[in-house]
Design a protein around this ligand. Structure first.
Ligand code: ARG
Length: 266
């Protein structure tokens, strides 16, 4: 049931990005749900490799759609599930913390889209896509990939970045960051809804707050989860956002490092 709910929510939320949605449920304990959810404002100086991926078919005025990471001057990594529209409808934007301020930042259209062949819409595994930019974003620091699967371990505290849903408690479509403790695979594997939805220790990262209140959310998908200056994971899915007992699920870069690196070489 969750599988279906998440799949539908994902498509619906992407298709109507920014609109109030079914998954914007009340937060646990009556706390206010917060930015990113629960994050703080971030600058594109501290996160120059953070890319906003907009789409002309987004319901948001800013075109907000998904996040991505600059990993080479002409390559960005995002989520496979974000790539449901023609390539010509996407724009990659660097250096624009507030998406409505079009006076700053650099943009590029998308020349080509590669979707990780192992990506499976049913179990959501290997939720990766590599996009080639028509106009390389040069002179901007890129984020190296984490290739060691052991980097994903309980107790480390990576940071997630994104322009996604704030559940109405912060500025819309503005870059936020949030430290999300790596909870270890056991936490997500203990959740039957999550195993039913395809959570896999080898390919996913379980991170966030079991008590709820802080999490990535719709519109953050594909965006970076960063640890020690490397791209540890990308925002993939979750049940709702910031709900108690349902932390964020990220796609683990190291699990696909070989094929991803091969894409960057090309
Ligand atoms: N699937 C969502 C998107 O397309 C992001 C999901 C992240 N959800 C979460 N609760 N961490 O933007």
């Amino acid at each position: 049931m969750l599988k279906r709910a998440v799949a539908i929510a994902g498509v619906l939320l992407l298709a109507t990005a920014g609109a109030a949605t079914a998954s914007m449920t009340a937060s646990p304990d009556g706390q206010d749900p917060k930015l990113i959810v629960g994050g703080t404002l971030a600058s594109t100086t501290e996160a120059p490799w953070a890319i906003a991926l907009t789409n002309t078919e987004s319901a948001e005025a800013t075109g907000r759609w998904c996040g991505a990471t600059l990993v080479k001057a002409d390559k960005i990594i995002t989520a496979a599930h974000c790539m449901i529209k023609p390539a010509s409808t996407y724009t990659a934007i660097q250096g624009r913390p507030d998406l409505s301020d079009t006076s700053v930042g650099r943009t590029s259209k998308i020349k080509s889209i590669w979707i990780q062949p192992g990506y499976n819409r049913t179990d959501n595994r290997y939720d990766f896509a590599v996009l080639t930019l028509s106009r390389p974003i040069t002179g901007v620091p890129v984020l190296p990939l984490e290739t060691n699967p052991k980097a994903d371990r309980k107790g480390v505290v990576p940071t997630v970045y994104g322009w996604g849903e704030t559940q109405d408690t912060g500025p819309a479509d503005t870059l936020e960051k949030l430290a999300v403790p790596d909870l270890g695979d056991a936490t997500c594997l203990a959740n039957q809804d999550y195993t039913a939805n395809g959570y896999a220790a080898a390919t996913n990262i379980c991170a966030g707050y079991v008590e709820g209140g802080r999490d990535a959310c719709q519109g953050d998908s594909g965006g970076p989860l960063v640890l020690n200056g490397r791209l540890l994971g990308t925002v993939s899915w979750g049940k709702g956002c910031a709900e108690r007992g349902y932390p964020g699920v990220y796609a683990q870069i190291a699990s696909a490092a070989k094929v991803l690196q091969a894409q960057l070489a090309g």
